[in-house]
Write a protein that binds this ligand. Structure first.
Ligand SMILES: *Cc1c(COP(=O)(O)O)cnc(C)c1O
Length: 412
């Protein structure tokens, strides 16, 4: 018999062993943070860590940004939730601003990246359906992709490791090699509705799609009457140095999934669409109970105040240059461990040589009070908040060098 869950039992100390009540779907570090400010996190024991993971590209403006804190607390005293049965002022303001600063004419708000990806897939299928082509429902997607953990998002990405044990994958996805233009064109049939791709594969290991390839995909879509869906959940909201990554390729998508950075740490996702691509999404075709609730809208509007302010994105690009330079030095100094540096704005990382695993570098960095994040393709991601200072970049790089020196000692 299990022990009775008596109310009088002492609560597990956050600094003690972890509670078994949390489903063990993550292999978590045994560390509990209590507060944060800017790029720094403090544990319940008072230890300070430099956060170069940003909660996996979420905390775009770091922790406890005063403008975000005041936007959230002010809204919290007024109104939390009304449902989407009524107009929501913050949604209208945020949607207007997103449309003014991107290709989009229409925005749908949801709560996560997976939900944004699924919604974009639904919109693409529904577009062809309402144009009288219901047979066009298949979507071309890419090896190494990540679109979230719902069954359809997993089926879209097609990673067998994540699909195992969950039954028949959802149909309608054709997987081709990342950035292989010929394979993509060969995969297009009379049933193809759209091509869906990340401008930079984040979870896939900071694999950067060359801008000319993105432009080539746009041409292919135009030629065959397909919609181009970009998953900018990780690359968006300034992460790669422009508001959205596709701007650097000089093209626009028809549909775009957004999440992570847009809420600055508050859960929020969005589907952005052109008028035409959104034309199938009429009343009753899609919905979300929490999507676009007033709290999320207040925070996201505050995020845009900062990210879209004059000079902010230029500053991100400058910081990226400094980080690139430091990572290139690391590649030279630690060429026995580091095979390749990958940089897209502040979405950066390095691929390790085969005998070293990302987990070893993540642990060694933790020992230097530095947070970094692993990825597929044997990559370690460095994702500082966009508000990181030049001094903090230098500090992070020196901690990273010490961590790699530690890995070198134990791996030889
Ligand atoms: C994180 C991520 C997702 C999934 O987002 P969730 O909020 O975890 O559902 C989808 N696409 C990309 C590119 C991501 O990086």
């Amino acid at each position: 018999m299990a022990e009775p869950n008596a109310a009088s039992a002492p609560a597990a100390s956050p600094a003690g062993g972890p509670s078994h009540a949390v489903m063990a779907t993550y292999a978590r570090q045994n560390i509990v943070f209590e507060r944060g400010a800017g790029c720094w996190l403090t544990t319940v024991n008072g230890d300070r860590y430099l956060d170069f993971g940003s909660g996996v590209a979420v905390n775009a403006l770091g922790h406890a940004h005063p403008h975000l804190v005041s936007a959230l607390t002010e809204q919290a005293g007024k109104l939390w939730h009304t449902s989407n049965l009524y107009r929501v002022a913050g949604q209208e303001r945020l949607a207007d601003r997103l449309c003014q600063s991107t290709f989009a004419d229409k925005v749908f708000f949801c709560n996560s990246g997976a939900e944004a990806c699924e919604g974009a897939i639904k919109a693409a299928r529904r577009y062809h359906f309402t144009k009288g082509n219901p047979e066009r429902w298949r979507i071309i997607t890419f090896h190494g992709a990540f679109h979230g953990r719902t069954l359809t998002a997993l089926s879209a990405a097609g990673n067998p490791q994540y699909l195992e044990g969950f039954g028949e994958p959802a149909g309608g996805f054709d997987h081709v090699a990342f950035a292989d233009h010929e394979a993509i064109e060969a995969a297009i049939t009379e049933e193809t509705a759209a091509i869906m791709i990340e401008p930079v594969q984040g979870e896939g290991g900071v694999r950067i799609l060359p801008p000319q390839c993105l432009a080539g995909l746009r041409e292919l879509c135009d030629k065959h009457g397909l919609l181009l869906i970009l998953d900018e959940v990780q690359t968006g909201v300034g992460r790669t140095g422009t508001f959205f990554a596709h701007e650097q390729a000089g093209i626009v998508p028809d549909l775009m999934a957004v999440a992570k950075g847009i809420g600055g740490g508050f859960p929020l996702g969005a589907i952005l669409a052109t008028e035409d691509a959104a034309s199938g999404m009429v009343a009753g075709t899609h919905g979300s109970t929490f999507g676009g609730n007033p709290l999320a809208m207040a925070v996201a509007n505050a995020v845009l105040d900062v990210v879209l302010a004059d000079g902010f994105l230029e500053e991100v690009a400058r910081k990226s240059g400094r980080l690139r330079q430091g990572l290139a030095e690391i590649e030279d100094e630690y060429s026995d461990l580091v095979a390749e540096v990958r940089v897209a704005g502040l979405l950066t990382g390095f691929k390790l040589r085969d005998h070293v695993k990302p987990a070893a570098v993540v642990s060694a960095s933790l020992a230097e009070n530095l947070l970094v994040v692993g990825a597929s393709d044997n990559v370690v991601r460095i994702l500082p908040p966009l508000i990181v200072s030049q001094e903090e970049i230098a500090e992070g790089l020196s901690r990273l060098k010490r961590a790699l020196a530690g890995v070198r000692r134990t791996s030889t």
